[in-house]
Design a protein around this ligand. Structure first.
Ligand code: BEZ
Length: 211
């Protein structure tokens, strides 16, 4: 069955470019980003894994551990990493799971046969410190992901985990946020000392509270 938001991220132990890892132990109390790609030595995947490698510090700063995955074997990942470094300017310094028997891919429903018969599509799962799935995204093989968008959504997930707010369309870190509907105006005055603007009774905005 498909994994839904709020489900516990299924645990697994698997071989990776950083040795054998157990997902839940590896994450500990951190956020995690588990993402699959269709295949090693393919063009879009090479650019994606290179971009995650170049921008790993931005994930580190947010306390997010990266984990890649495809159904290629470990020796293929290890050879491909050299190409990624050569062509993209950085080698992935995060584990890439070698899921040749499709065990993890099936656990996470990463193979969509009507898109690719036996390969993983481009999935993204954000896992919270409580091991629950906070976000899932699925892209076809033909479309590379946006690291900017993934970082943007991580900023929203982490902010809204800590404060009773939500983030509007096109929100970026530093922009105003929306006050949760369950909070009364009196409570909002206490919780959001920078003040708030009532555009409609159901649409109240306040400066980002952790800034
Ligand atoms: C790519 O990364 O370019 C790719 C991988 C699998 C199928 C099609 C494209």
């Amino acid at each position: 069955m498909a994994i839904r938001l709020g489900d516990e991220a299924p645990d697994f132990t698997a071989e990776s470019t950083k040795g054998t890892i157990n997902l839940h132990e590896y994450l500990g109390g951190s956020w995690g980003l588990l993402f699959s790609h269709p295949a090693d030595f393919t063009p879009v995947c090479t650019t994606e894994l290179g971009a995650f490698a170049r921008r790993k510090a931005e994930f580190d700063r947010r306390g997010v551990k990266l984990i890649g995955l495809s159904v290629d074997p470990l020796d293929s990942h290890e050879k491909w990493i050299q190409d990624i470094e050569e062509t993209q300017g950085a080698a992935p310094d995060y584990p890439i799971i070698a899921d040749a028997d499709h065990r993890v891919a099936e656990l996470y429903d990463m193979i969509h046969p009507n898109e690719l018969a036996t390969l993983t599509v481009r999935t993204v799962f954000v896992i919270g410190p409580d091991k629950l799935v906070k976000l899932s995204l699925t892209y076809p093989a033909s479309t590379g992901r946006s690291v900017d968008e993934i970082l943007r959504v991580l900023d929203s997930l982490q902010l809204t985990a800590d404060y009773s707010v939500s983030t509007p369309v096109e929100w970026h870190d530093g922009d105003d946020v929306i006050i949760g509907g369950a909070i009364s105006d009196d409570e909002a005055k206490e919780r959001f000392p920078k003040g708030f603007t009532t555009i409609k009774p159901y649409l109240r905005v306040t400066p980002q509270p952790n800034r």
